[in-house]
Design a protein around this ligand. Sequence first.
Ligand SMILES: [Fe+2]
Length: 269
Amino acid sequence: MPLPFAHVSRRTILTRSAGFFGLIMSGFFTSASFAALLIKPTPRQALGPFFPDDGDEVNSIRENPDPNLPISQANDQDLTFVKGLKGKAQGQMVYLSGKILDEKSGQPIPDTTLIMWSASASGRYNHKGDEGTYSFPHPKTGKMIHRTHDPYFQYWGKAVTNQQGEYWFKTIVPGFYPIDLKSGLFRPSHLHFKILSPKTPSFVTQLYFRGDHIPNNALNQELLPKDVVILDAGLTPEEQERVIVDYAPDPSGKMKDELVGHYNFVIPG
Ligand SMILES: [Fe+2]
């Protein structure tokens, strides 16, 4: 892939850089507007039909017994097991962390609630509305895939950002699933998010997976341009890139079983 400045001479870059940094040094940009120049907002995407609402779940998972809490917020941020059950969720484990940032100021937003939900490793939601095709042939190998419930997967969880605006989740790579087998439309593996910040009452989006270590990932990347929800949302290819997260083994070696990914949500101003 050519570098963004491949067509610009080194001298031009130096001249432009000097002018740009000159403007910064002269105070032309405030720190807020400078930050805003560097970050782009996370594109909004559809909520989808499987948001965890009370009464919609097939198997109730409520680690927090407070009856006043909506079920979407009743669980913690580690989705790889369910408290009280002796078993681990199926699938490739991933650790996702990052910050919630404000687009206008570029500053982290503390005390922000993130609700994350997804399908199981075989692509089935813990939701009564997920009653589509339960089994389908893998579009590449022809091997049958059975979308099943995983009793040890937590399906949804909640995280709250700290004073630095940081969050983390531990989960699994959900399965991809068909939307329309006749037309060959699938949804690639994805995580859903609803973000409730003090400034923004509800920001909804989805994140996708890139990384050599994720099972079926080549297929996922092939599916992404055909993703009907992304197309419906009218995202440009550049905006699609902004919702794909790279996952790789932990460079520190501390996490042996999880792939790690990093993502900063930038909440539109
Ligand atoms: Fe989904």
